[in-house]
Design a protein around this ligand. Structure first.
Ligand code: NAG
Ligand code: NAG
Length: 331
């Protein structure tokens, strides 16, 4: 059932992608030029072309890499192919952080891929922290309109001083606008870029219900088309050197009207969690949230416990009979 719906979704997105399927024009760089291994020894393997990297997780360790430079703003991208089959408990992350420099008030921008049991799709999660705001999670979660383990797909982060945009294959899926009320909780200090694979058995899949099964190891995530296009910060003088010479035209500067339609459609069909609507975590939504009544209603039908109005048993009971989960993935 779910497969059929995904097929329709794919068709739907294909119609749009004719216009904007162009991969980005920014040059990708060899691994060694922009990155260095971070952990996992031999579980990080660089392909002979120098541009593709395999990160694997086995019973010994996960693995990861990190950018040489710190960046203040820019456009960061990778094509990623995730491990297939049983991947419960596995997390692949593509993110920016300065947690090693600012332990108490770090910034972070995350793409996290959460593995699943066989036959169930990967989920992606995005999140943003600023100035150590770890007490306020700003997570969103989504399904995808393709199987991310079947082929490479491009995942990108645009970070400027006024907004953060997450893209999947050049479709913006989330826009975080800096608002006055967010204050320091909008990431504003230089960060490095990371890619990692690790064992998150305790929370990644159904809240820890399904753990990593090393019978299926190694779990291998492949990274390619690495783009680091930002303002690299001189570690000594702390001056940001923006790389906007030849290719500034290829860096998106915001969501275009056509992209906004695609983003809205994506979110309408495939967003399964948003902190802004989580009644269990936040009595009142954080100040930057713009509540869309239709989105609220859709999520409430999808998950009455999390997005309901506190009447847990009642809401859950009422909605199950109507097959609300199926409704949420169809359109
Ligand atoms: C960041 O947090 C620190 C306290 O941890 C505070 O002193 C500082 O003013 C904050 N910065 C911003 C920009 O809000
Ligand atoms: C280069 O880009 C950065 C951020 O993208 C911007 O702040 C800066 O003004 C640009 N510099 C020039 C010379 O265009």
């Amino acid at each position: 059932m779910e497969r059929v719906h995904m097929g329709l979704l794919f068709l739907f997105f294909s119609m749009f992608s004719v216009m904007a399927s162009c991969r980005n024009f920014l040059p990708s760089i060899p691994f060694d030029e922009g990155y260095t291994p971070l952990f996992g020894d031999n579980n990080l393997a660089i392909h002979r072309d120098g541009k593709t990297v395999h990160l694997s997780l086995d019973e010994r360790t996960g693995s990861g890499f990190v950018s040489h430079d710190l960046y203040l703003h820019g456009y960061f991208s990778a094509s990623i192919k995730l491990p297939a089959d049983y991947t419960a408990g596995v997390v692949v992350a593509f993110y920016m952080s300065n947690g090693d420099m600012f332990q108490k008030n770090h910034d972070e921008i995350d793409f996290e891929f959460l593995g699943n049991i066989r036959g169930k799709d990967w989920r992606i999660q995005t999140n943003v922290y600023g100035n150590g705001s770890t007490n306020i999670g700003r997570e969103e979660r989504y399904g995808l309109w393709f199987d991310p383990a079947e082929d490479f797909h491009q995942y990108s982060i645009l970070w400027t001083d006024s907004q953060i945009i997450f893209y999947v294959d050049n479709v913006p899926i989330r826009e975080v606008k800096r608002t006055e009320s967010m204050g320091g909780e909008f990431p504003s200090k230089p960060m490095t870029l990371y890619a990692t694979i690790w064992d998150a058995s305790d929370w990644a899949t159904n809240g820890g219900k399904y753990r990593v099964n090393y019978k299926y190891a190694p779990y291998v995530a492949e990274f390619s088309d690495l783009v680091l296009h930002g303002c690299a910060v001189d570690p000594i003088e702390h001056v940001a050197n923006c790389d906007n010479a030849s290719s500034s035209k290829a860096v998106p500067s915001g969501v275009t009207p056509v992209q906004r339609i695609k983003m809205d459609n994506f979110r309408k069909k495939l967003m399964t969690y948003s902190y802004c609507y989580d009644k269990i975590r936040y009595k009142a939504p954080p100040s930057e949230c713009v509540i869309n009544p239709r989105e609220a209603e859709r999520l409430r039908r999808y998950d009455p416990v999390t997005f309901g109005n506190g009447r847990r048993h009642h809401g859950k009971h009422n909605n199950h009979g109507r097959g609300s989960k199926t409704e949420a993935v169809s359109f």
